[in-house]
Design a protein. Structure first.
Length: 575
Protein backbone atom coordinates (compact mmCIF):
# COMPACT_ATOMS: atom_id res chain seq x y z
CA UNK A 1 0.00 0.00 0.00
CA UNK A 2 3.01 2.30 -0.29
CA UNK A 3 1.45 3.97 -3.33
CA UNK A 4 -1.21 5.48 -1.06
CA UNK A 5 1.46 6.90 1.23
CA UNK A 6 3.38 8.25 -1.76
CA UNK A 7 0.36 9.95 -3.33
CA UNK A 8 -0.69 11.61 -0.08
CA UNK A 9 2.90 12.71 0.61
CA UNK A 10 3.21 14.25 -2.85
CA UNK A 11 -0.09 16.08 -2.42
CA UNK A 12 1.17 17.49 0.88
CA UNK A 13 4.42 18.58 -0.79
CA UNK A 14 2.53 20.34 -3.58
CA UNK A 15 0.26 22.14 -1.10
CA UNK A 16 3.26 23.24 0.96
CA UNK A 17 4.97 24.49 -2.19
CA UNK A 18 1.85 26.41 -3.23
CA UNK A 19 1.58 28.04 0.20
CA UNK A 20 5.17 29.22 0.21
CA UNK A 21 4.95 30.33 -3.43
CA UNK A 22 2.01 32.58 -2.46
CA UNK A 23 3.71 34.09 0.61
CA UNK A 24 4.92 37.28 -1.17
CA UNK A 25 1.31 37.88 -2.24
CA UNK A 26 0.21 37.63 1.40
CA UNK A 27 2.73 40.12 2.80
CA UNK A 28 2.72 43.91 2.52
CA UNK A 29 4.63 45.44 -0.41
CA UNK A 30 6.92 47.32 1.99
CA UNK A 31 8.34 44.10 3.49
CA UNK A 32 9.13 41.88 0.47
CA UNK A 33 10.60 38.58 1.65
CA UNK A 34 10.69 39.99 5.18
CA UNK A 35 12.94 42.98 4.36
CA UNK A 36 11.66 46.43 5.37
CA UNK A 37 11.84 48.97 2.51
CA UNK A 38 10.33 52.46 1.92
CA UNK A 39 7.07 52.60 -0.01
CA UNK A 40 8.89 54.51 -2.74
CA UNK A 41 11.09 51.47 -3.40
CA UNK A 42 8.49 48.75 -3.80
CA UNK A 43 8.81 48.89 -7.59
CA UNK A 44 12.59 48.74 -7.66
CA UNK A 45 13.83 46.22 -10.24
CA UNK A 46 15.90 44.42 -7.61
CA UNK A 47 12.79 43.89 -5.45
CA UNK A 48 10.80 42.52 -8.36
CA UNK A 49 13.75 40.35 -9.39
CA UNK A 50 14.18 38.97 -5.86
CA UNK A 51 10.50 38.03 -5.53
CA UNK A 52 10.57 36.45 -9.00
CA UNK A 53 13.68 34.51 -8.08
CA UNK A 54 12.00 33.29 -4.90
CA UNK A 55 8.92 32.09 -6.75
CA UNK A 56 10.93 30.33 -9.45
CA UNK A 57 13.03 28.73 -6.73
CA UNK A 58 9.91 27.47 -4.96
CA UNK A 59 8.64 25.91 -8.18
CA UNK A 60 12.00 24.18 -8.67
CA UNK A 61 12.16 22.96 -5.07
CA UNK A 62 8.61 21.60 -5.29
CA UNK A 63 9.36 19.76 -8.55
CA UNK A 64 12.56 18.30 -7.10
CA UNK A 65 10.71 17.14 -3.97
CA UNK A 66 8.01 15.51 -6.13
CA UNK A 67 10.68 13.81 -8.25
CA UNK A 68 12.43 12.52 -5.12
CA UNK A 69 9.13 11.12 -3.92
CA UNK A 70 8.44 9.36 -7.23
CA UNK A 71 11.93 7.87 -7.45
CA UNK A 72 11.82 6.88 -3.81
CA UNK A 73 8.51 5.09 -4.30
CA UNK A 74 10.19 2.82 -6.83
CA UNK A 75 13.42 2.17 -4.93
CA UNK A 76 12.85 2.92 -1.23
CA UNK A 77 9.13 3.18 -0.46
CA UNK A 78 9.58 4.03 3.21
CA UNK A 79 11.95 6.89 2.47
CA UNK A 80 9.54 8.16 -0.20
CA UNK A 81 7.18 9.26 2.55
CA UNK A 82 9.84 11.30 4.33
CA UNK A 83 12.51 12.58 1.97
CA UNK A 84 10.21 14.79 -0.19
CA UNK A 85 9.05 16.79 2.83
CA UNK A 86 12.63 17.11 4.06
CA UNK A 87 13.76 18.32 0.63
CA UNK A 88 10.83 20.76 0.62
CA UNK A 89 11.66 22.30 3.98
CA UNK A 90 15.40 22.60 3.43
CA UNK A 91 14.98 23.87 -0.16
CA UNK A 92 12.43 26.48 0.92
CA UNK A 93 14.78 27.83 3.58
CA UNK A 94 17.67 28.08 1.10
CA UNK A 95 15.55 29.79 -1.56
CA UNK A 96 14.10 32.26 0.96
CA UNK A 97 17.45 33.28 2.45
CA UNK A 98 19.27 33.62 -0.86
CA UNK A 99 16.45 35.59 -2.52
CA UNK A 100 15.97 38.11 0.28
CA UNK A 101 19.71 38.78 0.34
CA UNK A 102 19.38 40.58 -3.02
CA UNK A 103 17.04 43.16 -1.45
CA UNK A 104 19.17 43.47 1.67
CA UNK A 105 22.31 44.26 -0.33
CA UNK A 106 20.52 46.80 -2.57
CA UNK A 107 18.94 48.50 0.44
CA UNK A 108 22.25 48.74 2.26
CA UNK A 109 24.27 49.89 -0.76
CA UNK A 110 21.64 52.46 -1.80
CA UNK A 111 20.95 53.70 1.75
CA UNK A 112 17.23 53.62 1.00
CA UNK A 113 16.14 55.11 4.32
CA UNK A 114 18.48 58.09 4.17
CA UNK A 115 16.65 61.36 5.03
CA UNK A 116 13.23 59.65 5.00
CA UNK A 117 10.80 60.67 7.77
CA UNK A 118 9.65 57.64 9.74
CA UNK A 119 7.27 56.99 12.59
CA UNK A 120 9.25 56.07 15.65
CA UNK A 121 6.68 53.81 17.29
CA UNK A 122 3.77 51.56 16.60
CA UNK A 123 0.86 51.28 19.02
CA UNK A 124 -0.23 48.17 20.81
CA UNK A 125 -3.76 47.40 19.67
CA UNK A 126 -6.28 48.97 22.03
CA UNK A 127 -9.41 47.19 20.78
CA UNK A 128 -11.07 44.90 23.32
CA UNK A 129 -10.02 41.60 21.79
CA UNK A 130 -11.46 39.72 24.77
CA UNK A 131 -14.85 39.99 23.13
CA UNK A 132 -13.71 37.45 20.54
CA UNK A 133 -14.09 34.10 22.32
CA UNK A 134 -12.91 30.67 21.16
CA UNK A 135 -14.95 28.95 18.45
CA UNK A 136 -16.74 26.85 21.06
CA UNK A 137 -18.71 24.78 18.55
CA UNK A 138 -15.62 23.16 17.10
CA UNK A 139 -14.32 22.17 20.56
CA UNK A 140 -17.70 20.72 21.55
CA UNK A 141 -17.74 18.72 18.31
CA UNK A 142 -14.19 17.51 19.01
CA UNK A 143 -15.12 16.30 22.50
CA UNK A 144 -18.26 14.62 21.16
CA UNK A 145 -16.19 12.72 18.57
CA UNK A 146 -13.69 11.56 21.19
CA UNK A 147 -16.39 10.57 23.66
CA UNK A 148 -18.15 8.62 20.91
CA UNK A 149 -14.90 6.73 20.30
CA UNK A 150 -14.66 5.93 24.03
CA UNK A 151 -18.24 4.62 23.99
CA UNK A 152 -17.42 2.40 20.99
CA UNK A 153 -14.30 1.13 22.74
CA UNK A 154 -16.25 0.33 25.89
CA UNK A 155 -18.95 -1.46 23.90
CA UNK A 156 -16.54 -3.74 22.05
CA UNK A 157 -13.86 -4.04 24.76
CA UNK A 158 -14.70 -7.64 25.64
CA UNK A 159 -14.54 -8.72 21.99
CA UNK A 160 -11.16 -7.11 21.30
CA UNK A 161 -8.22 -9.51 20.91
CA UNK A 162 -5.55 -9.82 23.58
CA UNK A 163 -2.90 -8.69 22.78
CA UNK A 164 -4.21 -5.74 20.79
CA UNK A 165 -2.49 -4.10 17.80
CA UNK A 166 -1.01 -0.71 18.71
CA UNK A 167 1.33 0.01 15.81
CA UNK A 168 1.20 -0.37 12.03
CA UNK A 169 4.08 -0.10 9.57
CA UNK A 170 4.11 1.91 6.34
CA UNK A 171 2.23 -0.92 4.59
CA UNK A 172 -0.63 -0.66 7.08
CA UNK A 173 0.24 -4.05 8.61
CA UNK A 174 0.15 -4.41 12.40
CA UNK A 175 3.70 -5.01 13.62
CA UNK A 176 3.38 -4.27 17.31
CA UNK A 177 1.02 -5.46 20.02
CA UNK A 178 0.29 -4.75 23.67
CA UNK A 179 -1.61 -6.50 26.41
CA UNK A 180 -5.28 -5.47 26.36
CA UNK A 181 -5.85 -2.95 29.13
CA UNK A 182 -8.01 0.11 29.56
CA UNK A 183 -4.98 2.27 28.85
CA UNK A 184 -3.85 0.42 25.71
CA UNK A 185 -7.39 0.61 24.31
CA UNK A 186 -8.55 4.15 25.20
CA UNK A 187 -5.21 5.77 26.07
CA UNK A 188 -4.90 7.41 22.62
CA UNK A 189 -8.39 8.86 23.00
CA UNK A 190 -7.47 10.36 26.37
CA UNK A 191 -4.37 11.82 24.75
CA UNK A 192 -6.60 13.38 22.09
CA UNK A 193 -8.77 14.94 24.79
CA UNK A 194 -5.63 16.44 26.33
CA UNK A 195 -4.55 17.95 23.00
CA UNK A 196 -8.01 19.46 22.45
CA UNK A 197 -7.96 20.91 25.98
CA UNK A 198 -4.55 22.52 25.36
CA UNK A 199 -5.78 24.11 22.13
CA UNK A 200 -8.86 25.44 23.93
CA UNK A 201 -6.69 27.00 26.66
CA UNK A 202 -4.54 28.59 23.97
CA UNK A 203 -7.64 30.01 22.29
CA UNK A 204 -9.00 31.29 25.61
CA UNK A 205 -5.80 33.13 26.56
CA UNK A 206 -4.86 34.37 23.09
CA UNK A 207 -7.17 37.45 23.14
CA UNK A 208 -5.50 38.64 26.36
CA UNK A 209 -2.02 38.84 24.89
CA UNK A 210 -0.89 42.35 23.84
CA UNK A 211 -0.54 42.62 20.08
CA UNK A 212 1.40 45.31 18.26
CA UNK A 213 -0.01 46.64 15.04
CA UNK A 214 1.95 47.29 11.89
CA UNK A 215 3.84 50.57 12.08
CA UNK A 216 2.55 51.66 8.67
CA UNK A 217 -1.10 51.26 9.75
CA UNK A 218 -3.17 53.82 11.64
CA UNK A 219 -4.61 52.78 15.03
CA UNK A 220 -8.05 52.34 13.43
CA UNK A 221 -6.68 50.05 10.72
CA UNK A 222 -4.66 48.12 13.31
CA UNK A 223 -7.79 47.59 15.38
CA UNK A 224 -9.75 46.33 12.37
CA UNK A 225 -6.98 43.97 11.35
CA UNK A 226 -6.55 42.68 14.91
CA UNK A 227 -10.23 41.81 15.15
CA UNK A 228 -10.26 40.14 11.73
CA UNK A 229 -7.09 38.18 12.43
CA UNK A 230 -8.20 36.98 15.85
CA UNK A 231 -11.62 35.94 14.55
CA UNK A 232 -10.01 33.86 11.80
CA UNK A 233 -7.41 32.45 14.16
CA UNK A 234 -10.03 31.36 16.68
CA UNK A 235 -11.86 29.55 13.89
CA UNK A 236 -8.65 27.89 12.69
CA UNK A 237 -7.71 26.65 16.18
CA UNK A 238 -11.19 25.20 16.60
CA UNK A 239 -11.02 23.44 13.25
CA UNK A 240 -7.56 22.06 14.05
CA UNK A 241 -8.85 20.76 17.39
CA UNK A 242 -11.76 19.04 15.65
CA UNK A 243 -9.57 17.45 12.98
CA UNK A 244 -7.04 16.25 15.55
CA UNK A 245 -9.86 14.72 17.58
CA UNK A 246 -11.23 13.08 14.44
CA UNK A 247 -7.76 11.71 13.63
CA UNK A 248 -7.31 10.17 17.10
CA UNK A 249 -10.81 8.74 17.05
CA UNK A 250 -10.55 7.32 13.52
CA UNK A 251 -7.17 5.69 14.09
CA UNK A 252 -8.35 4.14 17.35
CA UNK A 253 -11.69 2.87 16.05
CA UNK A 254 -10.21 1.56 12.80
CA UNK A 255 -7.49 -0.16 14.82
CA UNK A 256 -10.16 -1.88 16.90
CA UNK A 257 -12.53 -2.84 14.10
CA UNK A 258 -10.20 -3.43 11.13
CA UNK A 259 -6.67 -4.03 12.43
CA UNK A 260 -5.90 -6.35 9.49
CA UNK A 261 -7.11 -3.99 6.72
CA UNK A 262 -4.01 -2.14 5.45
CA UNK A 263 -5.88 0.16 3.06
CA UNK A 264 -8.32 1.32 5.72
CA UNK A 265 -5.49 1.88 8.22
CA UNK A 266 -3.41 3.96 5.81
CA UNK A 267 -6.33 6.02 4.48
CA UNK A 268 -7.61 6.80 7.98
CA UNK A 269 -4.13 7.84 9.06
CA UNK A 270 -3.17 10.03 6.10
CA UNK A 271 -6.34 11.58 4.68
CA UNK A 272 -7.17 13.72 7.70
CA UNK A 273 -3.72 15.39 7.82
CA UNK A 274 -4.24 16.21 4.13
CA UNK A 275 -7.59 17.79 4.99
CA UNK A 276 -5.91 19.75 7.79
CA UNK A 277 -3.38 21.15 5.33
CA UNK A 278 -6.22 22.17 3.00
CA UNK A 279 -7.93 23.95 5.92
CA UNK A 280 -4.73 25.89 6.56
CA UNK A 281 -4.53 26.89 2.89
CA UNK A 282 -8.12 28.12 3.04
CA UNK A 283 -7.29 30.08 6.19
CA UNK A 284 -4.40 31.79 4.43
CA UNK A 285 -6.65 32.88 1.57
CA UNK A 286 -9.30 34.18 3.96
CA UNK A 287 -6.62 35.92 6.02
CA UNK A 288 -5.38 37.78 2.96
CA UNK A 289 -8.88 38.89 2.03
CA UNK A 290 -9.64 40.00 5.59
CA UNK A 291 -6.54 42.16 5.93
CA UNK A 292 -7.09 43.76 2.52
CA UNK A 293 -10.72 44.49 3.43
CA UNK A 294 -9.70 45.90 6.82
CA UNK A 295 -7.28 48.35 5.23
CA UNK A 296 -9.67 49.32 2.42
CA UNK A 297 -12.73 49.67 4.65
CA UNK A 298 -11.55 52.46 6.96
CA UNK A 299 -13.78 55.54 6.43
CA UNK A 300 -12.03 58.85 5.77
CA UNK A 301 -13.89 62.02 6.83
CA UNK A 302 -13.96 65.14 4.71
CA UNK A 303 -11.73 66.99 7.14
CA UNK A 304 -9.09 64.30 6.79
CA UNK A 305 -8.81 64.46 3.01
CA UNK A 306 -5.90 66.85 3.06
CA UNK A 307 -4.08 64.81 5.65
CA UNK A 308 -4.72 61.65 3.66
CA UNK A 309 -3.31 63.17 0.51
CA UNK A 310 -0.24 64.46 2.34
CA UNK A 311 2.83 62.25 2.41
CA UNK A 312 2.73 59.88 5.37
CA UNK A 313 5.87 59.02 7.35
CA UNK A 314 7.40 55.68 6.48
CA UNK A 315 7.34 52.72 8.82
CA UNK A 316 10.65 52.45 10.70
CA UNK A 317 13.46 50.30 9.40
CA UNK A 318 13.43 47.66 12.11
CA UNK A 319 15.25 44.89 10.25
CA UNK A 320 17.76 44.73 13.11
CA UNK A 321 15.03 43.24 15.31
CA UNK A 322 14.16 40.51 12.79
CA UNK A 323 16.58 37.60 12.54
CA UNK A 324 16.37 36.14 9.02
CA UNK A 325 13.17 38.13 8.62
CA UNK A 326 11.26 35.63 10.76
CA UNK A 327 12.38 35.76 14.41
CA UNK A 328 11.55 39.00 16.26
CA UNK A 329 13.70 40.06 19.23
CA UNK A 330 13.01 43.50 20.72
CA UNK A 331 13.21 44.02 24.49
CA UNK A 332 11.86 47.56 24.21
CA UNK A 333 8.61 46.42 22.56
CA UNK A 334 5.83 45.79 25.14
CA UNK A 335 3.89 43.57 22.72
CA UNK A 336 4.14 39.81 23.12
CA UNK A 337 2.70 39.13 19.66
CA UNK A 338 3.72 41.01 16.52
CA UNK A 339 2.59 40.59 12.90
CA UNK A 340 4.77 38.22 10.94
CA UNK A 341 7.15 39.69 8.41
CA UNK A 342 6.82 36.74 6.07
CA UNK A 343 3.64 34.71 6.29
CA UNK A 344 0.33 35.16 8.04
CA UNK A 345 -0.69 35.68 11.64
CA UNK A 346 1.63 36.66 14.46
CA UNK A 347 4.93 35.61 15.89
CA UNK A 348 6.20 35.82 19.46
CA UNK A 349 8.48 38.65 20.52
CA UNK A 350 11.52 36.75 21.80
CA UNK A 351 12.69 39.91 23.58
CA UNK A 352 9.57 39.94 25.77
CA UNK A 353 9.95 38.08 29.11
CA UNK A 354 6.83 36.03 28.35
CA UNK A 355 8.20 35.21 24.91
CA UNK A 356 11.46 33.97 26.42
CA UNK A 357 9.48 31.94 28.94
CA UNK A 358 7.41 30.35 26.17
CA UNK A 359 10.56 29.45 24.25
CA UNK A 360 12.23 27.94 27.32
CA UNK A 361 9.11 25.97 28.23
CA UNK A 362 8.84 24.67 24.66
CA UNK A 363 12.48 23.55 24.62
CA UNK A 364 12.13 21.92 28.04
CA UNK A 365 9.02 20.04 26.94
CA UNK A 366 10.79 18.75 23.82
CA UNK A 367 13.92 17.73 25.74
CA UNK A 368 11.86 16.14 28.52
CA UNK A 369 9.83 14.19 25.95
CA UNK A 370 13.01 12.90 24.29
CA UNK A 371 14.67 11.95 27.58
CA UNK A 372 11.49 10.42 28.95
CA UNK A 373 11.00 8.46 25.75
CA UNK A 374 14.54 7.10 25.88
CA UNK A 375 14.29 6.18 29.56
CA UNK A 376 10.95 4.39 29.23
CA UNK A 377 11.38 2.43 26.02
CA UNK A 378 10.58 -0.82 27.80
CA UNK A 379 7.11 0.53 28.50
CA UNK A 380 6.43 1.58 24.91
CA UNK A 381 3.93 -1.19 24.31
CA UNK A 382 1.71 0.08 27.11
CA UNK A 383 1.62 3.49 25.49
CA UNK A 384 -0.55 2.20 22.63
CA UNK A 385 -0.91 4.61 19.75
CA UNK A 386 1.49 7.08 21.35
CA UNK A 387 4.02 5.21 19.20
CA UNK A 388 1.72 4.94 16.18
CA UNK A 389 3.88 7.01 13.87
CA UNK A 390 7.38 5.87 12.99
CA UNK A 391 10.51 7.90 13.60
CA UNK A 392 11.21 9.45 10.17
CA UNK A 393 14.98 9.40 10.65
CA UNK A 394 14.95 5.73 11.62
CA UNK A 395 12.81 4.84 8.61
CA UNK A 396 14.89 6.90 6.19
CA UNK A 397 18.14 5.28 7.40
CA UNK A 398 16.78 1.75 7.74
CA UNK A 399 18.92 0.35 4.92
CA UNK A 400 22.06 2.13 6.09
CA UNK A 401 24.24 -0.05 8.36
CA UNK A 402 27.90 -0.07 9.32
CA UNK A 403 28.09 -3.80 8.48
CA UNK A 404 29.32 -7.04 10.05
CA UNK A 405 32.46 -6.86 7.94
CA UNK A 406 33.65 -3.96 10.12
CA UNK A 407 33.42 -5.87 13.38
CA UNK A 408 36.60 -6.71 15.24
CA UNK A 409 35.54 -10.34 14.75
CA UNK A 410 35.90 -9.97 10.97
CA UNK A 411 39.48 -8.64 11.00
CA UNK A 412 41.80 -11.05 9.13
CA UNK A 413 44.62 -10.54 11.66
CA UNK A 414 42.41 -11.62 14.59
CA UNK A 415 41.16 -14.94 13.23
CA UNK A 416 41.50 -17.87 15.67
CA UNK A 417 39.83 -21.20 16.53
CA UNK A 418 36.52 -21.02 18.34
CA UNK A 419 37.63 -23.48 21.00
CA UNK A 420 35.28 -22.30 23.77
CA UNK A 421 31.77 -20.88 23.94
CA UNK A 422 30.21 -17.70 25.32
CA UNK A 423 26.65 -17.66 26.65
CA UNK A 424 24.32 -15.55 28.78
CA UNK A 425 21.52 -16.61 31.13
CA UNK A 426 19.66 -13.47 30.03
CA UNK A 427 19.23 -14.41 26.36
CA UNK A 428 20.08 -17.10 23.82
CA UNK A 429 22.38 -16.62 20.85
CA UNK A 430 20.54 -14.55 18.22
CA UNK A 431 17.64 -13.77 20.58
CA UNK A 432 16.46 -10.35 21.83
CA UNK A 433 18.31 -8.81 24.76
CA UNK A 434 15.90 -8.12 27.67
CA UNK A 435 14.83 -4.51 28.09
CA UNK A 436 16.32 -4.49 31.59
CA UNK A 437 19.75 -4.29 29.92
CA UNK A 438 18.87 -1.47 27.49
CA UNK A 439 20.74 1.81 27.38
CA UNK A 440 19.74 4.72 29.59
CA UNK A 441 21.01 8.28 29.37
CA UNK A 442 20.72 9.35 32.99
CA UNK A 443 20.34 6.08 34.87
CA UNK A 444 22.67 3.10 35.40
CA UNK A 445 23.12 0.72 32.48
CA UNK A 446 22.85 -2.87 33.75
CA UNK A 447 24.98 -5.35 31.79
CA UNK A 448 23.77 -8.94 31.27
CA UNK A 449 25.50 -11.82 33.00
CA UNK A 450 27.98 -13.73 30.83
CA UNK A 451 29.43 -17.23 31.13
CA UNK A 452 32.01 -19.13 29.14
CA UNK A 453 33.42 -22.62 28.98
CA UNK A 454 37.04 -23.27 29.86
CA UNK A 455 39.37 -21.47 27.42
CA UNK A 456 42.18 -23.48 25.81
CA UNK A 457 45.42 -24.11 27.64
CA UNK A 458 47.81 -21.20 27.51
CA UNK A 459 45.14 -18.54 27.95
CA UNK A 460 46.49 -15.81 30.22
CA UNK A 461 43.86 -13.08 29.82
CA UNK A 462 40.49 -12.48 28.19
CA UNK A 463 39.42 -9.32 26.36
CA UNK A 464 35.75 -8.56 25.72
CA UNK A 465 34.52 -6.26 22.94
CA UNK A 466 30.79 -5.63 22.38
CA UNK A 467 29.83 -3.87 19.15
CA UNK A 468 26.68 -2.89 17.24
CA UNK A 469 27.29 -3.31 13.47
CA UNK A 470 23.85 -1.94 12.57
CA UNK A 471 24.41 1.70 13.48
CA UNK A 472 23.65 4.00 10.52
CA UNK A 473 27.15 5.43 10.22
CA UNK A 474 30.71 4.49 9.37
CA UNK A 475 31.81 1.90 11.92
CA UNK A 476 30.20 -0.29 14.58
CA UNK A 477 29.38 1.36 17.89
CA UNK A 478 31.20 0.14 21.00
CA UNK A 479 28.98 -0.93 23.90
CA UNK A 480 31.65 -2.51 26.08
CA UNK A 481 35.43 -2.73 25.99
CA UNK A 482 36.99 -4.69 28.86
CA UNK A 483 40.43 -6.16 29.42
CA UNK A 484 42.21 -7.89 32.30
CA UNK A 485 39.50 -10.57 32.60
CA UNK A 486 40.65 -13.68 34.51
CA UNK A 487 40.03 -16.74 32.26
CA UNK A 488 39.50 -18.96 35.32
CA UNK A 489 36.55 -16.89 36.53
CA UNK A 490 34.16 -18.67 34.11
CA UNK A 491 31.94 -15.63 33.76
CA UNK A 492 30.91 -12.09 34.64
CA UNK A 493 27.86 -11.54 36.89
CA UNK A 494 24.97 -9.23 36.00
CA UNK A 495 26.06 -5.59 36.13
CA UNK A 496 29.67 -6.74 36.38
CA UNK A 497 30.62 -4.50 33.46
CA UNK A 498 29.68 -1.35 35.33
CA UNK A 499 32.34 1.32 35.83
CA UNK A 500 34.26 1.22 38.09
CA UNK A 501 34.27 -2.53 37.86
CA UNK A 502 33.55 -4.65 40.94
CA UNK A 503 35.70 -7.42 39.43
CA UNK A 504 39.37 -7.35 40.50
CA UNK A 505 41.77 -6.76 37.62
CA UNK A 506 39.11 -5.87 35.04
CA UNK A 507 39.74 -2.55 33.29
CA UNK A 508 37.37 -0.64 31.02
CA UNK A 509 38.40 1.00 27.78
CA UNK A 510 36.79 4.13 26.38
CA UNK A 511 33.66 3.81 24.30
CA UNK A 512 31.58 6.52 22.58
CA UNK A 513 32.24 10.03 23.90
CA UNK A 514 34.82 8.62 26.33
CA UNK A 515 32.28 6.54 28.24
CA UNK A 516 33.53 3.49 30.13
CA UNK A 517 31.63 0.41 31.15
CA UNK A 518 28.52 -1.17 29.72
CA UNK A 519 26.43 1.03 27.43
CA UNK A 520 23.18 -0.77 26.75
CA UNK A 521 21.30 -0.93 23.43
CA UNK A 522 19.82 2.40 22.31
CA UNK A 523 19.08 1.95 18.59
CA UNK A 524 17.14 4.65 16.72
CA UNK A 525 13.41 4.03 16.84
CA UNK A 526 12.01 2.51 13.62
CA UNK A 527 15.51 1.65 12.34
CA UNK A 528 14.83 -2.07 12.63
CA UNK A 529 16.56 -4.74 14.76
CA UNK A 530 20.16 -4.10 15.80
CA UNK A 531 22.65 -6.87 16.57
CA UNK A 532 24.90 -6.64 19.61
CA UNK A 533 27.94 -8.85 19.15
CA UNK A 534 29.79 -9.99 22.29
CA UNK A 535 33.31 -10.97 21.18
CA UNK A 536 35.56 -12.67 23.71
CA UNK A 537 39.26 -13.14 22.81
CA UNK A 538 41.67 -15.46 24.65
CA UNK A 539 45.22 -14.06 24.76
CA UNK A 540 48.49 -15.86 25.38
CA UNK A 541 49.89 -12.97 27.40
CA UNK A 542 48.85 -10.14 29.70
CA UNK A 543 49.01 -6.87 27.70
CA UNK A 544 48.56 -4.65 30.74
CA UNK A 545 46.25 -2.16 29.04
CA UNK A 546 45.78 1.00 31.12
CA UNK A 547 42.46 2.49 32.23
CA UNK A 548 42.56 5.01 29.38
CA UNK A 549 42.89 2.51 26.51
CA UNK A 550 40.65 2.69 23.45
CA UNK A 551 39.72 0.27 20.68
CA UNK A 552 42.88 0.95 18.69
CA UNK A 553 44.99 0.13 21.76
CA UNK A 554 43.04 -3.09 22.24
CA UNK A 555 43.53 -4.10 18.60
CA UNK A 556 47.27 -3.52 18.89
CA UNK A 557 47.36 -5.68 22.00
CA UNK A 558 45.32 -8.45 20.38
CA UNK A 559 47.27 -8.64 17.15
CA UNK A 560 49.38 -11.83 17.06
CA UNK A 561 48.27 -13.02 20.51
CA UNK A 562 44.73 -14.40 20.02
CA UNK A 563 44.76 -18.17 20.53
CA UNK A 564 40.98 -18.70 20.69
CA UNK A 565 37.76 -16.74 20.63
CA UNK A 566 34.04 -17.03 21.36
CA UNK A 567 31.00 -15.07 20.23
CA UNK A 568 27.46 -14.35 21.43
CA UNK A 569 24.92 -12.30 19.46
CA UNK A 570 21.87 -10.56 20.88
CA UNK A 571 19.35 -8.24 19.24
CA UNK A 572 17.36 -5.18 20.29
CA UNK A 573 14.80 -3.08 18.45
CA UNK A 574 12.79 0.04 19.22
CA UNK A 575 9.81 0.16 16.85
Amino acid sequence: MNWIVTIVTLLIVILIGAMFWAMPWLTRPTIPLGVSIPSTRVSEPVVIRAVKRYRIGMVVVTLVAVLVGILGAASAPLAAALLPIGVMLVGTLVVYLTSRRLIQHAKRDGDWYHDLPVRLTATVTSVDRRRIPPALGWYVAAVVVLMAAIVIGAAIYDSLPDPIAVHWNADGVADRFAAKTIWSVVGPILLGIGVVALLFLLAAFMPRWPVRGVASDSPEVSARIAVAQLTLMQGLLGQIAFLIALEFACVAVVGWLAPASPTVIIVSTLVLPLILLAVIVLFIVRYRRATVAARAGVPVSAGDVGATDAPRPEAPDDDRFWKAGSIYVNRADPALLVPKRFGVGWTVNMGHPAGVALAVITVLIVVAAIVWGMSTRSHAQSLGALALFANPFGVALRNRRAGDDKLVWARPDLQAPEDFTLTSPAFDHGAPIPASHRGRLFRPNISPALAWTTPPAGTVELVLIVQDPDVPFGKPAIHALAAGIDPSSAGIPENGLTHPSPIPGLTHGKGPLGRRGWGGPMPPRSHGPHSYVFQLFALDYRPGLPESFDLDDALTALRGHVIARARLDGTYEVQ
